[in-house]
Design a protein around this ligand. Structure first.
Ligand code: MLT
Length: 410
């Protein structure tokens, strides 16, 4: 008899964004003439920038010729891309990351989800609340938690991110082994200063812990004083892995490309305390389970790092940040406290005591606007909603006008 991994029974029946998509589809089926505006899942709406399309096309053309055709590529990604990433994203900012510490992948969701495979099942894990659900769900699937009770999985150290602390997690009271951090944050849009990140790096060094740092939204940082990479903090290379994505940075949600930095100095321990190279382990994992990203996609990604590419993605991000300003302004006018949207594409809105799913239903039913209910990101999100800036300025303006109409009446 084939038996199941029963850890799956501990999970919510469906993944947050799949659940929302289903609700929106039902709404559309029963209201076929209503136009729905989507400010829920963070999915880009602008097409790939021209420089990226040119790179993509060059890659496709090369695949059509005997002399330049390529079969399997290196599992870690082509050197031309890894070198471009190391130079532009890290070395230019004083972070000493080498091309061979970079592993190109099909996105940060897969990497943040897969990375936990490298750890034993008895580690202590600290996870912020609210949080991007992938970090938590993949550890549940792997059997690192108990059951779900009072909105939380047993066995996880939750780090509450509360309004009174500007949505920053506190350092855990007791030592933990693995810490998930995401800045600019999904879902709150909060950002971490250099000093705040340095406190985490110190904590990890003192406790022989590892930080999994999700920097998928770093390209939205406009405040030059904020760090974009954890490796801008001295000492981080020994204790942190960083995940990056071209999805929101360069419009790759449908094209799929991201990367993970696993510094060679990063160590992990065996049960008897001897050191193992985390880089070697991830390399072993990737070369066994992953065959790399397609060549044309890596050529498209390489073009993101050209001068034109960098200017074009900056313009696209500015376009979304202008939408975020409109959302923030509307929420201020309506008297709802909010954070995010300045160095991040998400605005985290306090519903003034309203339950987040109720708020979601209200905006969908009465305004035809899709947001994300904060409860889906954890118990601390139960009275918040997240609005994403990914849409056209016209749609954002229309959505905010409808939201104003609905909320002013209540
Ligand atoms: C989100 O809306 O939180 C993101 O789009 C989800 C993701 O990147 O997987």
């Amino acid at each position: 008899m084939i038996t199941a991994n029963e850890n799956y029974n501990k999970l919510n029946a469906s993944y947050l964004f799949a659940d929302i998509a289903k609700r929106v589809q039902l709404y559309q089926e029963s209201n076929p003439d209503k136009e729905v505006i989507r400010l829920g899942i963070g999915d880009v709406t602008l097409p790939l920038p021209p420089a990226v399309i040119q790179g993509f096309k060059r890659g496709v053309d090369e695949m059509s010729q005997d002399a330049t055709f390529r079969g399997y590529g290196p599992e870690q990604g082509y050197l031309f891309l890894r070198q471009a990433i190391a130079a532009v994203d890290f070395q230019s900012r004083g972070a000493d990351i080498d091309a061979d510490e970079i592993f190109v992948s099909d996105g940060a969701k897969c990497d943040t989800g897969n990375f936990q495979e490298l750890f034993s099942n008895n580690i202590t894990i600290a996870i912020p609340d609210p949080v991007y659900p992938v970090y938590l769900d993949t550890n549940v699937m792997a059997g690192r938690t108990g059951g779900f009770k009072d909105g939380r999985y047993q066995g996880i150290v939750y780090m509450d991110c509360l309004k009174e602390k500007a949505f920053m997690p506190d350092l855990p009271d007791a030592p933990v082994d693995l810490i998930y951090l995401c800045f600019p944050n999904n879902p709150t849009g909060a950002t971490a200063t250099r000093d705040q990140l340095a406190a985490w790096v110190d904590y990890a060094r003192e406790n022989k812990a590892l930080i999994l740092f999700d920097a998928a939204y770093e390209a939205f940082i406009r405040d030059e004083n904020l760090p974009r990479s954890i490796y801008e903090i001295p000492g981080a290379k020994e204790v942190a892995v960083e995940f990056r994505s071209l999805s929101k940075t360069a419009g790759f949600t449908g094209t799929r490309c991201g990367f993970t930095v696993v510094p060679k100095a990063c160590m992990i321990y065996t049960a008897n305390g001897s050191k193992l190279s985390l880089h070697d382990m991830w390399n072993r994992r990737q070369s066994t389970k992953f065959n790399g990203v397609s060549y044309p996609v890596q050529k498209a990604a390489e073009a993101v790092y050209s001068q034109e590419g960098q200017a074009q993605i900056k313009a696209n991000i500015d376009y979304y940040l202008a939408n975020a300003r409109v959302v923030r302004q509307t929420m201020t006018e309506l008297g709802f406290d909010h954070v995010g949207g300045e160095n991040a594409p998400y605005i985290w809105i306090d519903g003034n005591g309203r339950d987040s799913w109720e708020f979601f239903d209200l905006l969908l039913d009465k305004a035809g606007v899709v947001c994300t209910p904060g409860q889906g990101f954890g118990r601390c999100g139960a009275q918040y909603i997240r609005i994403s800036a990914f849409n056209s300025p016209e749609n954002v303006a229309k959505a905010m006008a409808r939201v104003k109409d609905v909320l002013k009446k209540r």
